[in-house]
Design a protein around this ligand. Structure first.
Ligand code: NAD
Length: 488
C-alpha cells in the first residue's frame, strides 16, 4: 500500500522564487486520504513538459487498479461523513477553500502558467473565477431542499435531495485548475465526494486544489486526485463505487467514457469539443466585432472549447474586416507567458503544435490563403528556444467543406468565410456536428435575438465573445455534450 505524504507539493517560497524554466517538481502527484501518494509501480512514469521551454517539469506515475481502488474507498469513507453535514456546514468549509484560493492566487496562477503555457494575465483571471465558482456553489449548499406533498386523508409524502456518493471528474488540459473546481464545487456542495483525474499533461494545480480543500477542513479523502492517462481514466469509470461521471475533453474520448458509464448504468455529464460560428453582420460596430473575433480565436492560444473559429462575415464588409483583424492579430505579443505584457503563450505540447501547423498546411492545399501567422515562433530569449510557440493565424478564402472549417483545430487559427443573407448564414452555422457556442455581431437587436433563437448552440453571445460567468449554465448541443456545468 502506498505511503501518504502530508507535506505540500510546492511551498510558497519555492513558487515565489520560480520563473519560466526554473521550476522542478519532485515527489508524488496523486492525492487521496488527505495526503500525496505515488503508485508503488513506477515503471510507467512519463515526463511532463513545460510548454514555454520544452523542458521536463516533473515525472507523472499513472495510477493502476490498486491505487484507483484505494482512492475510491477513501472518497467513499469521506462521503459518509460529509453527506451527514448540513448544507450550511459544508458551505462554511467551502468558503474557507475559496478564501485560501484567493490568498494563494498568484502562486496557483504561476504554477498554471508553468505547466500549461497560457499567459499569467489569463491564468490569474482563471484562478479568481475558480474562487468565485466555489463561493457560488457554497451559497447554494444551504438552499437544497425537498418537497412536502399533501396526500388525501392525513397522509403526506416528501422528497429528499440526496447526494450520489463518489463522483468522478475527468478533465482536459486547457483550464486545469478551473475544470477541477467547476466539477468539484457543485459535487461537494451537494454532499458528494470527488475523485478527479486531470490530464496527464497538466497534473500540478489540481494537487494544490486538493491541499487547499484539506486545509479548509473537508474530511480527508473528500477530494482526491488520481493521476494518469486513458488507462487510469477507464479504470476509474469502471469502478463500481463510482456513482457518476463528469467528463471534459474531446468528442472521441467522451464517447468512450459514455460507453463505459452505460455499462455501469451511471449518469454522465459530457463537456466536449466545438467548432463554433461567429457571425458578423454588415451593420455591426466593426471595431467591437474585430475584438470579439480576436478574443474568440486567440484566447489561451486558441485552446478554448467554445472559441468561435468559423468567422462568417457579411460580404460587403469583408475587406474592412480582414484588414483590421489581420492588423490586430499581427500585434499580439507572443512569448514568455510569465511576462505581464504577453498575450499569447505556448501551446500545450510539441505534437499538438505540429498538429495545429498541419491543419494550416492542409488548409493551404485545399485553397485557403494565409493572411498572417501560422508559423512556428521562436522567441529571442534563449530560455524559450525549445518552447511550443506559434504566431496567430488568419485564414481567408475558406469554404464550408474545408478541413480547417469542419474540424476542431484547438489552436490559434481563425477561418474567415463570407456570407450574403441571414437565412443562409444560420443554415451554414448550424451545419456541423458540434453545438457548443455561437456569436452574433449586429446593431439590429431584433435580428440578434432572432438569429440566436435559431442557432443550435449551448451558449450564444451577442456583441461580445467568451464572456462567461459562474452563474450561467455551460453545455453543448449535439456532439458538444450532455448536461451542463451547473449539474457538474
Ligand atoms: P482528451 O479527450 O484527449 O482527454 C480528456 C481527458 O480524458 C484526459 O484527462 C485524458 O487523460 C482522459 N482520457 C483519455 N482517454 C480516456 C479513456 N479511455 N477513459 C477515460 N478517460 C480518458 O481531451 P484533451 O486533449 O485533454 O482536451 C481537449 C478537448 O477538450 C477539446 O476537444 C476541447 O474542446 C475539449 N474541452 C471541452 C470543454 C467544455 O467545457 N466543453 C472544456 C475544455 C476542453
Amino acid at each position: 500500500m502506498a505511503q501518504l505524504l502530508r507535506t505540500p507539493l510546492l511551498s510558497p517560497a519555492v513558487i515565489q522564487g520560480a520563473s519560466t524554466g526554473t521550476l522542478e517538481v519532485k515527489g508524488p502527484l496523486s492525492f487521496w486520504g488527505g495526503g500525496r501518494a505515488n503508485p508503488l509501480d513506477t515503471k510507467h512514469a512519463e515526463p511532463v513538459y513545460e510548454p514555454a521551454t520544452g523542458r521536463v517539469l516533473c515525472e507523472l506515475v499513472p495510477c493502476g487498479p490498486e491505487e484507483v481502488d484505494q482512492a475510491v474507498k477513501s472518497a467513499h469513507a469521506a462521503y459518509l461523513k460529509w453527506s451527514k453535514m448540513s448544507g450550511m456546514e459544508r458551505a462554511h468549509v467551502m468558503l474557507e477553500a475559496a478564501r485560501l484560493i484567493r490568498e494563494r492566487k498568484d502562486e496557483i496562477a504561476k504554477v498554471e502558467v508553468i505547466n500549461n503555457g497560457k499567459s499569467i494575465i489569463e491564468a490569474t483571471g482563471n484562478v479568481q473565477g475558480a474562487a468565485q465558482c466555489i463561493e457560488y456553489f457554497a451559497g447554494l449548499a444551504g438552499t437544497l431542499a425537498g418537497q412536502h406533498i399533501q396526500l388525501s386523508g392525513n397522509a403526506f409524502a416528501y422528497t429528499r435531495r440526496e447526494p450520489l456518493g463518489v463522483c468522478l471528474g475527468i478533465g482536459a488540459w486547457n483550464f486545469p485548475f478551473t475544470i477541477a473546481v467547476m466539477k468539484s464545487a457543485p459535487a461537494l456542495a451537494c454532499g458528494n465526494a470527488m475523485i478527479y483525474k486531470p490530464s496527464p499533461m497538466t497534473p500540478l494545480t489540481t494537487v494544490m486544489l486538493a491541499e487547499i480543500y484539506t486545509q479548509a477542513g473537508v474530511p480527508e479523502g473528500l477530494f482526491n486526485v488520481v493521476q494518469g492517462g486513458a488507462e487510469t481514466g477507464s479504470l476509474l469509470c469502471h469502478h463500481p463505487m463510482v456513482a457518476k461521471v463528469s467528463f471534459t475533453g474531446s468528442v472521441p474520448t467522451g464517447k468512450k467514457v459514455m460507453e463505459i458509464s452505460a455499462k455501469g448504468v451511471k449518469p454522465v455529464t459530457l463537456e466536449l469539443g466545438g467548432k463554433s460560428p461567429l457571425i458578423i453582420f454588415k451593420d455591426s460596430e466593426l471595431e467591437n466585432a474585430v475584438k470579439g473575433a480576436l478574443m474568440g480565436n486567440f484566447l489561451t492560444q486558441g485552446e478554448v472549447c467554445c472559441n468561435g473559429t468559423r468567422v462568417f462575415v457579411q460580404r460587403e464588409i469583408m475587406p474592412q474586416f480582414l484588414e483590421e483583424v489581420v492588423k490586430r492579430a499581427k500585434t499580439i505579443t507572443v512569448g514568455d507567458p510569465m511576462q505581464i505584457a504577453t498575450r499569447m503563450g505556448a501551446l500545450i505540447s510539441r505534437p499538438h503544435l505540429e498538429r495545429v501547423l498541419g491543419f494550416i498546411s492542409q488548409a493551404k492545399k485545399e485553397g485557403a490563403r494565409v493572411l498572417c501567422g501560422g508559423e512556428p515562433f521562436v522567441p529571442n530569449d534563449p530560455n524559450l528556444k525549445g518552447g511550443y510557440f506559434m504566431s496567430p493565424c488568419v485564414l481567408d478564402n475558406c469554404r464550408d467543406d474545408m478541413t480547417c472549417v469542419k474540424e476542431e483545430i484547438f489552436g490559434p487559427v481563425m477561418s474567415v468565410l463570407p456570407f450574403d443573407t441571414e437565412e443562409e448564414v444560420i443554415e451554414r452555422a448550424n451545419n456541423t456536428t458540434f453545438g457548443l457556442a455561437a456569436g452574433v455581431f449586429t446593431r439590429d437587436i431584433a435580428r440578434a435575438h432572432r438569429v440566436v433563437e435559431n442557432l443550435q448552440a449551448g451558449t450564444c453571445f451577442i456583441n461580445n465573445y467568451n464572456k462567461t460567468s459562474v452563474e450561467l449554465p455551460f453545455g453543448g448541443y449535439k456532439m458538444s455534450g450532455i448536461g451542463s456545468k451547473e449539474c457538474f
